[in-house]
Design a protein around this ligand. Structure first.
Ligand code: SF4
Length: 339
């Protein structure tokens, strides 16, 4: 029992933390509710800012699971405190008694159909960033004919009080720019717009990618929110927006519209937080003891947090935090229990 740690969530954070815990001499028990490990990264084709293939990051991690007990298709049914330990009951009939639990349940992609004005789920030619990535990954021909003009709508379900998500999702500006450039590589004659509120290109090489998008790919950046999308009889779209830099309304015919759905708190995190009695923030993400100084520990002893379970994060940030959480757990488990 003393050498076991339960890690809940088998995406990049959970896998990375489990590998680090194993390297430190522990036996991680990794729990994933989906049929396979890898989380949302399994769906992604290439990563910003360099275009590295997602599988070049994920595959070596998945091939290095020796010493980690993992269960897929498995739900956590309950988490209960027993003296100085936690008892975790699983849907596969097993249970574990451990001193430390790490929650790495990540985020849910915002459900774009909630923003009815954009027509996702109503108009065939309105898709999300994840749908586009599925298409890039498949290598299949585009399912629509005559795609000459395409738009990317930033901040869908992020920075949006009405949608219940006030936070910036951090990664979708650079993802939109990456996906826009990739589209131009496949369709050099296409006209590509990005509709943004602010461009948050904060990371190393992100600004370079933005400049390249303008200079080399001719992506047209329009500062303004899309207010309405409609469809003509041929299934093509009309997008209404306001260019707030020039103060003029726009109505553009589009052949494809990509909604940059943001990161919303994972529904599973809220239920795990209730079971463990730890704090969930007003924004729905789990709350660490201190964002600056103690980001890996939750409000109760022995519960640790890593990755987007505490808020939007890039993949490098997620992997870094997973490693930090493993070290924090090591330190915690080496500290004798107070009698
Ligand atoms: S990263 Fe960009 S698109 Fe995403 S929520 Fe923030 S400002 Fe909006």
């Amino acid at each position: 029992m003393n050498q076991n740690v339960v890690v809940i969530g088998g995406g990049p954070a959970g896998i990375e933390a489990s590998r680090k815990l194993r390297d430190l001499g522990y036996t991680p028990i990794l729990i994933e509710s989906q049929p396979a490990l890898g989380g949302k990264l399994t769906r992604w084709d290439r990563l910003f800012p360099d275009g590295v293939e997602a599988r070049a990051i994920l595959d070596p991690m998945l091939q290095d699971l020796d010493g980690i007990k993992y269960f897929t298709d498995t739900e956590v049914l309950s988490i209960n405190r027993l003296k100085d330990t936690w008892v975790v009951k699983l849907s596969n009939g097993l249970s574990a008694q451990v001193r430390a639990i790490l929650l790495t349940t990540g985020f849910d992609l915002f459900k774009a159909e909630k923003k009815e004005e954009y027509g996702y789920g109503i108009y065939e030619r309105v898709i999300t960033n994840a749908d586009l990535e599925d298409w890039y990954k498949s290598g299949a021909p585009l399912q629509f004919d005559n795609v000459h003009t395409i738009g990317f709508v930033h901040c869908v379900g992020s920075r949006d009080e009405k949608a219940g998500n006030r936070q910036c999702s951090k990664v979708c500006c650079v993802t939109a720019v990456k996906q826009a450039c990739e589209f131009k590589e496949k369709y050099p004659d296409a006209t590509v717009y990005c509709f943004y509120m602010d461009l948050r290109m904060f990371g190393r090489k992100f600004e370079d990618l933005y400049l390249k998008a303008q200079k080399d790919y001719g992506i047209r950046f329009v500062r303004g929110r899309v207010s309405e999308v409609s469809e003509d009889i041929d299934g093509h779209l009309f997008v209404k927006a306001e260019d707030t830099l020039f103060g003029k309304p726009l109505k553009i015919k589009m052949d494809l519209l990509v909604l940059m759905a943001g990161m919303a708190p994972a529904a599973s995190s809220a239920s795990l937080a209730r079971m463990a009695g730890i704090t969930t923030g007003e924004d729905g993400f789990l709350v660490p003891r201190s964002i600056v100084g103690d980001a890996c520990r939750a409000s109760r002893e022995g519960i640790f947090l890593a990755g987007a379970v505490t808020g939007p994060k890039t993949l490098p940030e997620t992997l870094g935090e997973a490693a930090s959480a493993a070290l924090a757990i090591d330190q915690f488990l080496k500290t004798p229990v107070k009698q």
